[in-house]
Design a protein around this ligand. Structure first.
Ligand SMILES: Cc1cc2nc3c(=O)[nH]c(=O)nc-3n(C[C@H](O)[C@H](O)[C@H](O)COP(=O)(O)O)c2cc1C
Length: 200
């Protein structure tokens, strides 16, 4: 075997380089007090299985911040490649000045458990109730319980399994958007025993 080339490391100052992360469209508002709005969020992740919880981190200067803080709810809409441009755009303009749903042609549809609308075009819509708001510094982390999930039915196979690989999901890494590529294995594939071929 050829010897491996040495891997040299550089020591960088601390920063947010965790990659890849999702880039999601978070919808909020849709009440009498607040019109429906969308904000693009990359600082998001699952934080608990039982109860199902996720977090989003939002800067207090965002228009969406007060909406989420006062209503205590939001929807994480997971975009596909088709909504890539809209995802970027919703992170460039503020709901203070623009009606984002109308301007970008995304369809607001009713949620099951929260008042704010889901984005119909997104394959996955995760409805959330805020449990805690943790002021961390530049961002406040909203830890929220998942209270309902909507999935696009055409992504289910005949056995009822959700085939998210068909959705064409996005990832965000170091300021760039990526299209998720081919499937290379399923959970646990590293320990799964290969089926022996039966010789006849
Ligand atoms: C890819 C991407 C990821 C972003 N992630 C976050 C984030 O995690 N938290 C945040 O506060 N703002 C984030 N932003 C910026 C907001 O989406 C942006 O300031 C937006 O215009 C705020 O909208 P609003 O004022 O209507 O709430 C992100 C923007 C982009 C394009």
């Amino acid at each position: 075997m050829a010897p491996r080339a040495p891997i040299e490391k550089l020591n960088w100052k601390p920063g947010n380089v965790l990659s890849p992360v999702p880039a999601v469209l978070v919808s909020c508002g849709g009440t009498q007090e607040w019109k429906a709005n969308l904000i693009t969020i990359a600082w998001t992740g699952s934080i608990c299985s039982e109860p199902p919880m996720l977090s989003i981190s939002v800067r207090p200067e965002r228009y969406s911040y007060d909406i989420i803080q006062t209503t205590g709810e939001f929807v994480v809409n997971v975009p596909s490649l088709r909504q890539a441009k809209a995802t970027d755009w919703c992170g460039m303009v503020s709901g203070r000045n623009v009606d984002k749903f109308n301007s970008i042609g995304l369809t607001p549809a009713p949620a099951v458990k929260v008042q704010c609308p889901i984005v119909l075009e997104c394959p996955l819509n995760i409805e959330c109730h805020v449990k805690e708001a943790l002021k961390l510094g530049s961002h406040t982390m909203f830890a929220a319980e998942v209270v309902a999930v909507q999935v696009t039915s055409s992504l289910l196979n005949t056995k009822g399994r959700l085939c998210l690989e068909k959705a064409g999901l996005l990832a965000f890494a170091h300021g760039q958007y990526f299209a998720l590529g081919r499937t290379i294995g399923r959970f646990g594939f590293s320990v799964k025993k290969r089926k022996r071929k039966i010789r006849r």
